[in-house]
Ligand binder design. Structure first.
Ligand SMILES: [Zn+2]
Length: 328
């Protein structure tokens, strides 16, 4: 890859409960090197060492290719919330119990003598899409990452909207059906418990348990508890009617939800990413056609509904993007 004078690199880090992924990211949002390290969830110091080790691996890989006469200008980290994006302190993440009130940004900054930013994955992924991805031509961006959960981010004029304490944009926990199933967050009928990958699997298995037949059961080896969202997606691809019904219901839940989002924010673009996004893409048209029933905004169908540019690398790109946008 040819670099020109004045270029710089960013390091993006994506911390999960079981692994840390780090990558070297160009000023234009391209990821050139990646490294993965197992995460230590229950020990603060060992967890920090895992993050440092993943950053070191990326720096070493880049040096091997003699590209590092280009400076690294910052490190941005996606970490599990709750956290304070202004101070870079991780507060009490349920899946990283070792890090209670842990000053992640200042620890990493001390090690590398670089500016360090920390935010949650939903916000960071939205910023990467807004700066470099599917939202780069738009001012006001709403982005949802649908996978095992639903993370969301709101970006206005290339700045993440954080709210008063940094806890804004938890759009995955907006209740769509207050009589619905209980979400992991404790509330009932959040969009996350209706439209995430595991909830798609749950609704398929409930229909099969009620006596319906479906090709999904073959994929799951005859076991209801082995059904996954991906299996539902594959079965839909091969014409399975029950899978189609489950995905159509999912699309309806998302239509109701996005109708609320449009009425609240009227974004210039709505971006859907995450592992479930591909499986839902055939339903985007249906969602857009359904919006006027769930939205008072007469321009709602003019808002593009698009797939995210970044896939599994969204956390790395998102981390790096944080270095490009000051917290306001
Ligand atoms: Zn919830």
């Amino acid at each position: 890859m040819t670099q020109t004078a004045g270029d710089e690199y960013l390091i993006g880090v994506d911390i999960g409960g079981t692994k840390v992924a780090a990558g070297l990211v160009t000023a234009a949002g391209g990821i050139t090197h990646q490294a993965r390290t197992p995460m230590v969830a229950n020990d603060a110091i060992a967890g920090l060492a895992a993050v440092i080790s993943s950053i070191d691996s990326v720096r070493a890989a880049a040096k091997l290719e003699a590209e590092l006469d280009i400076p690294i200008s910052g490190i941005g980290i996606c970490a599990p919330g709750p956290l304070d994006p202004r101070t870079g302190i991780v507060i009490n993440p349920p899946n990283l119990p070792g890090w209670r009130n842990f000053p992640l940004a200042s620890e990493i900054s001390k090690t590398y003598r670089l500016p360090v930013r920390v935010d949650n994955d939903g916000n960071a992924a939205a910023l990467a899409e807004a700066l470099w991805g599917a939202g780069r031509d738009y001012r006001n961006v709403f982005c949802a990452t649908i996978g095992t959960g639903i993370g969301t981010g709101i970006v206005f004029d290339r700045h993440i909207y954080h709210g008063r304490t940094g806890a804004a944009a938890e759009g995955g926990h907006m209740t769509i059906d207050y009589r619905g199933p209980r979400c992991g967050c404790g509330k009932f009928g959040c969009i996350e418990v209706l439209a995430s990958g595991p909830s798609i699997a749950r609704r398929a298995s409930e229909k099969i348990a009620a006596g319906r037949s479906s090709a999904i059961m073959e994929q799951a080896g005859g076991r209801l508890d082995r059904i996954t969202g991906e299996m539902v997606g594959r079965a839909y691809g091969s014409g399975d009617l029950l899978a189609k019904e489950v995905l159509q219901e999912t699309a309806l839940f998302l239509t109701v939800w996005l109708g609320n989002i449009v009425d609240l924010l009227e974004p210039d673009v709505m971006i859907i990413g995450g592992g479930v996004a591909c499986m839902l893409q055939p339903f985007f048209e249906e969602i857009r056609n359904g919006l006027p029933s769930w939205c008072v905004n007469s321009h709602c169908q003019e808002i593009p509904l698009v797939t995210a540019h970044y896939g599994a690398d969204a956390g790395i790109a998102g981390g790096a993007a944080l270095c490009r946008s000051p917290v306001t």
